[in-house]
Ligand binder design. Sequence first.
Ligand SMILES: Nc1ncnc2c1ncn2[C@@H]1O[C@H](COP(=O)(O)OP(=O)(O)OP(=O)(O)O)[C@@H](O)[C@H]1O
Length: 291
Amino acid sequence: MLVIFNPVAGRRRAASLWHVLDLLVENGVKIEVAETQYAGHATELAREAARDGAFMVVAAGGDGTIAEVANGLLGSETALGIIPLGTANVLAKEYRLSTSARGIANTLAYKRCRRLWPGVAQLQGQTPHVFVQMLGLGFDGAVVKGVRPLLKRAIGKGAYVWQSLWESVAYGFPLVRVTVDGMAHQAASVVVSKGRLYGGPYLLAPEAHPEAPGFQVVLFEKPGTWPALLTGAALPLGLLPRCPGVRVVSGSHVEFAVPNEGILTQADGDALSATPCGVISAEAPISLIVG
Ligand SMILES: Nc1ncnc2c1ncn2[C@@H]1O[C@H](COP(=O)(O)OP(=O)(O)OP(=O)(O)O)[C@@H](O)[C@H]1O
């Protein structure tokens, strides 16, 4: 079993990783660990393993690392296993995967699969970016870009809360123009979601089906400090989809207009270097090991 480990992911929970691996080895599983050396390396390692016919490749890291490995497995029969080591681990929560060391080891040992259908963000003149959980433009992108790595390592999700409070005052709220299946919308912030959850266990898009192609596009229509604070307060209460000014639309083709250029964007909790011009579903799903 190849385990692709991102040593800079999350809060550097290497100890949790070794605990899972010890349990697997005790059960007779042969393991090879490959540490990523740079951003994008996980995709190359996973693609190579899939080309060699591996049954399963395990991503050990945050949702960004999982997305990179998923990218490398697209178009192959190789299944994706995950050892969640990130701060929010939204994908693991979406699929209700165990996060205890023993639970993770059991999940990987049982090898039962469910489909996971990634999204693909198209970037002008750059390689498309594959994501597994969500892509956010606007306020959301500004929060992820602004989070200080040291603070994230020290207080985990609290760093996002702090940055959201800061951005609710500092962010300029330029309008994001988006077309979903031909219908034009504009909003202060847009999240294109594969899953139901956001920021951990919190409800964002109740109608989402991560096993199928297509998206839920969440439009935060009201710009400004107070709407941002209101939605921030509604999130942990599970009330975000019912907040005034929040609208969720379903679609399979999402396009962002050219005036969006420069609007900060995040995918699976990592800042993107460019604003996407569109989002489509991957050509086929991959198999996710769920135990
Ligand atoms: N060796 C490396 N050095 C620098 N960056 C890397 C390396 N390996 C992977 N990366 C990059 O690190 C990014 C962050 O990974 P990931 O999302 O898994 O962790 P994280 O952002 O710390 O997790 P979380 O947001 O849940 O805390 C990945 O998207 C990947 O591009």
